[in-house]
Design a protein around this ligand. Structure first.
Ligand SMILES: [Zn+2]
Length: 313
């Protein structure tokens, strides 16, 4: 089976040091196994996305010589597919309409004496599982317990054995929001399947979404890819580096230096004879980008792809 990897940035800002790590890792993982590498623009959260940021990201990837094997696809072009997937789940009794406002959810949780919070979000108490009681539908939610236990176990290639009880820890999560926008979880699962993604390599901040995505894959009868979550790049205050906390745009005018920084974050060795002083300074090392990428591809393969080779042998 051909390995197909992907990099799926949200066009809410330029690539920064953190997203460059995920881009490079996913590219190396596909290349190390002679696979294909795709780029998907995750612009379902349309109010925060811009065409300008998308163009900038694609330009930065080109400057880093991380070229996709097919033209990038955009989630905003694919909303009909998300609608079909939701319909499938509704028909199967695995999705239901929800009429609750944020305030009502808060009230229901307080009445039940539950203060379970997760990443600043309340765990939905399941109020509308029993029907809308005449209220108008606002959003659509996934019924995490429609098919029995929602305890998902999976193996992350870097983090090892993972487990999450989605009903307990997350609750019935949103598939389509009250403002009509599609939720990230549904869009990602539909797109990964349609693009034939076999191996997801992405930042560790997204690891927490994996159980929800596997649950959705199973509900929709879609295959589950393998997962590898890369170490996060942290800002000076220890927080994850993100566009939200003001991460600066990656300087791709010196592509080798930018790639070397990302490669080191992934624990990959510098190419032999490569003086780190040259990378930190203004001088360009005597190596082409393409040679450096070839070196890191081999190093990535040695580090992360041995088990698969052994299995195939
Ligand atoms: Zn509700």
């Amino acid at each position: 089976m051909t390995v197909i990897g992907r990099f799926a940035p949200s066009p809410t800002g330029a690539l920064h040091a953190g997203s460059a790590v995920a881009a490079l890792a996913s590219w190396l993982d596909a290349r190390a196994r002679s696979g294909r590498w795709l780029v998907r623009i995750e612009d379902v959260d349309t109010p925060r996305c811009s065409a300008q940021a998308e163009a900038q990201i694609l330009r930065q990837l080109a400057e880093l010589q991380l070229h996709p094997d097919a033209p990038p696809v955009r989630q905003s072009d694919r909303t009909a597919r998300y609608g079909s997937a939701l319909q499938h789940l509704v028909t199967a009794g695995q999705a239901y309409p929800c009429a609750c406002t944020r305030k009502e959810i808060e009230g229901a949780l307080q009445a039940a004496g539950v203060l379970h919070e997760r990443h600043g979000e309340r765990v939905y108490p399941g109020t509308c599982r029993a029907g809308l009681q005449g209220r108008p539908a606002r959003a659509w939610r996934f019924h995490t317990e429609a098919r029995g236990s929602p305890v998902i176990e999976w193996h992350d290639r870097r983090l090892g054995a993972q487990q999450q009880d989605v009903a307990q820890e997350v609750g019935d999560f949103v598939l389509q929001r009250a403002d009509g926008l599609w939720a990230y979880q549904l869009a990602v699962v539909v797109d990964d399947a349609e693009q034939g993604i076999t191996d997801v390599v992405r930042g560790e901040d997204l690891a927490d979404n994996t159980a929800r995505q596997i649950l959705l894959q199973r509900a929709l009868g879609l295959p589950t890819p393998t997962y590898l979550h890369t170490p996060l790049v942290r800002a000076a205050d220890g927080q994850k580096l993100s566009k939200q906390n003001g991460a600066t745009a990656l300087d791709t005018s010196r592509p080798l230096a930018a790639l070397a920084q990302a490669a080191r974050h992934l624990g990959l060795p510098d190419p032999p004879g490569w003086d780190s002083v040259l990378i930190a300074g203004a001088a360009t090392p005597g190596l082409s980008i393409s040679d450096a990428l070839t070196w890191w591809t081999a190093a990535w393969g040695d580090r992360w792809c041995q088990a698969r080779h052994a299995t195939l042998a």
